[in-house]
Design a protein around this ligand. Sequence first.
Ligand SMILES: NC(=O)c1ccc[n+]([C@@H]2O[C@H](COP(=O)([O-])OP(=O)(O)OC[C@H]3O[C@@H](n4cnc5c(N)ncnc54)[C@H](OP(=O)(O)O)[C@@H]3O)[C@@H](O)[C@H]2O)c1
Length: 341
Amino acid sequence: MSSSLPATARHIILRHRPVGVPQADCFALSETPMPQPGQGQMLVRMLVGSVDPAIRGFLDDRPSYLPPVAIGAPVNGMSLGQIVVSHHPDWPEGAFVRVFGTWSDHFVIGPDALGLERVTPAPGVPLRAYMGALGPVGLTAWVGLFAVGAAKAGETVLISAAAGATGSTALQLAKAAGCRVVAMAGGAHKAQILRDLGADAVVDYRAVPNLGAALDAAAPGGIDVYFDNIGGPTLDIVLPRMHEQGRIALCGMIAQYNDADHPYGVQNLWQMVIKRLTMRGFLTYDHADRLGEAQAMLDRLHHAGRLRPLENIHHGFERLPEAFIALMQGTTTGKTLVEIA
Ligand SMILES: NC(=O)c1ccc[n+]([C@@H]2O[C@H](COP(=O)([O-])OP(=O)(O)OC[C@H]3O[C@@H](n4cnc5c(N)ncnc54)[C@H](OP(=O)(O)O)[C@@H]3O)[C@@H](O)[C@H]2O)c1
């Protein structure tokens, strides 16, 4: 495989830290001589880049669950790639892998690389699905819904950012589990997508004059599980509408990622006492013991045509920054992916 390697590797580097929604000039394309894997290491060619809201946090100079990206360094991100040179017997050339790497079209990893997993695509399923609904996106939706939210058939599940990557997958998983799903998103186009995906009630928060009243109408018996992707003032509006013993799975708080210096102060936490609620943040890979079960459900539903990956696909390595900027502008639907080849 190595005979067909280009002489250089390309990287998307951070030129300066964004203020607010990232702008194109925050990023630059750079080239280096092709990195050479050392003993026990592998060279990976990126095939599908995953564009995630969490990357916004890594661009600020503040502690997150990973260190900040240094100015001039390649941006961190998950990618699905193929091993093109291997000096490790367990990771052969030609194998597909998912790994937390950098926005680099070729990069070197060791067997202990963060999140490194082998990917074996099923016949007829596009590789990119394993970076979306059949990969980290689906696992996140499953963990939030079932391992953290403990959603059960007959319960009412509210999902924010429900037309996004995680939300659209959580919606379909909750429906498959027999839950009543209230799906929330911004805009008529997204609302139609939610109806098409089978939501029992849809709330277009941009169109309703009073979000609390709209949620009361959509979930008159209260909300058993809130799958929260956004945080912010919406969480305050949802808290009094939770059912007793309800669970809030905190998947993310994207409403504050572009302005992390001014986090929203939630006011209605007393409702957790009144309603005996459980609110728990989670990171998908903390639940490694449940991921086999999760993957089996994702594969089964997809195979049966009951899990439709909703995707927002860009083409070309150099498109990573613009795909990320669009994601952080809040207008995209489905999982934002960049196909490299
Ligand atoms: N815990 C974990 O392990 C884990 C793993 C993956 C992702 N996440 C989190 O899950 C959440 C969803 O991620 P995703 O990849 O599925 O993204 P996404 O939902 O595909 O895209 C983001 C959506 O968030 C909504 N949003 C609300 N307020 C926003 C704001 N101020 N700026 C930008 N967007 C805003 C927008 O939809 P509407 O306007 O329709 O609401 C937007 O389209 C994020 O908070 C992310 O950090 C967590």
